[in-house]
Design a protein around this ligand. Structure first.
Ligand code: GMT
Length: 375
């Protein structure tokens, strides 16, 4: 099929999932067209099967806000016609599902019919979509999509609870390529980051409030009181500076490395012993899955869809949101014994294999068939 994919091209999980999906579909023989404002960060290789079309929004002083949705829907119309794209798969309801619907209607007036698949990723529903200003537009665009998917059962339930949804929402979990990870490095360079006797704890996110970055620092603070350890913080966002200040205050700044955004997440996870994800909300927690596939057990909150990914007592432990003491106790339980740590590492990897890309991507192909047959 010729598939148009619309996503946020940034480091966020939804962009990563969309990009990995596009690349996997191209490997299966589909022709993929990414249509967004910047080349997706994880999109390494463009080829005859993978195209990127940039959406330009010309600056015009009259507009206080530049109309991205308008530019996107126009670009979708042009690209669908030019490349004979057969289906549009949009990741994130805001504003992608909305723009896709407008494109679909414009195309209809020109005798071109195209189905829309919308994948909900979480913040579009739980944080942003539920804002009263956006709610009518989000409800409308979800209901006008030919097929809607969500990345966890929890997100499906939230969407049905918060919005007046007429469509059945198909749950298709996020996925991981088991062949890409861990075993690819003979030496992942652990010695540069820590001494042999130190445990390496890692957190990766966009450093927004929902990630509870303070909790990450406090959990690490508790761990390093008991055993030698280092904390690696990967990502950029508004909570990064306050987190750096907190490390200074607690006197642990020399044990914490803030690395910024990275394209080498798997290399960092390769030398990590434990991953922290104490989020307030999380529809799935792709970062946790990426940790697990790299044999890194996860200490997380039990928010949203995380329990569908991280299994308590198996791939790590879950605690109530904000229960830092419980998270410290769980972390120490895993880290304090070499054999136990090794067992949790293997169990984390086994749990990750449930989300094997080879199992999940065909589910999207089935969804495309369903959407196509609705025309
Ligand atoms: O975690 C974020 O804030 C980024 C956000 C995004 O839109 O990329 O991630 C959401 O989608 C990911 C991929 O499906 C999920 O793994 C994350 O759990 C979800 N984030 C939230 O629900 C807060």
């Amino acid at each position: 099929m010729r598939i148009g994919i619309v996503c946020y091209p940034t480091f966020g999980g939804s962009g990563v999932v969309a990009t990995e999906l596009g690349m996997a579909l191209a490997n299966l023989g589909h022709e993929i067209h990414f249509i967004t404002y910047k080349q997706p960060v994880r999109l390494a290789l463009l080829s005859g099967k993978i195209h990127f079309h940039e959406v330009n929004v010309p600056e015009y002083p009259l507009f206080h806000y530049q109309p991205y949705e308008l530019a996107l829907s126009s670009k979708l119309v042009d690209m669908v016609k030019l490349y004979k794209i057969e289906i549009l798969h949009v990741h994130y309801a805001i504003p992608h599902a909305y723009a896709a619907y407008m494109a679909k209607e414009m195309l209809k007036t020109q005798g071109v019919h195209i189905p829309i698949v919308t994948t909900l990723h979480g913040t579009d529903i739980t944080l942003v979509g539920n804002h009263p200003f956006y709610k009518p537009a989000v409800t409308f665009s979800i209901n006008k999509s030919d097929v809607v998917t969500s990345v966890s059962k929890n997100l499906k339930d939230d969407t049905n609870r918060l919005f007046d949804i007429e469509n059945n929402i198909h749950v298709i979990p996020n996925f991981i390529d088991l062949t890409k990870y861990k075993k690819q490095y003979a030496d992942c360079g652990r010695s540069i980051m820590a001494a042999d006797n130190e445990r390496i704890i890692t957190h990766i996110s966009n450093f927004r409030k929902v990630k509870r970055i303070d909790d990450v620092i406090q959990i690490f603070h508790g761990i390093q009181k008991v055993m030698p350890a280092r904390l690696i913080m990967v990502g950029e966002g508004p909570e990064k500076e306050p987190a750096e200040d907190l490390c200074q205050e607690l006197g642990i700044a020399n044990k914490v490395a803030f690395l910024g955004n990275s394209n080498e997440v798997d290399k960092i996870l390769c030398y990590s012993d434990l991953f922290l994800l104490p989020s307030e909300t999380e529809s799935f927690g792709l970062a946790a899955l990426e940790a697990m596939v790299n044999e890194v057990p996860v200490i997380s909150s039990n928010a949203g869809g995380i329990p569908e990914v991280n299994k308590h007592g198996v791939s790590g432990f879950l605690s109530p949101i904000g229960d830092v003491d419980d998270m410290i106790a769980n972390a120490l339980h895993i880290l304090s014994d070499d054999q136990r740590l090794e067992k949790f590492k293997q169990q984390a990897r086994n749990q990750a294999s449930i989300f094997d890309i080879n199992y999940v991507v065909p589910l999207y192909e089935e969804i495309y068939e369903i959407a196509y047959n609705k025309l």
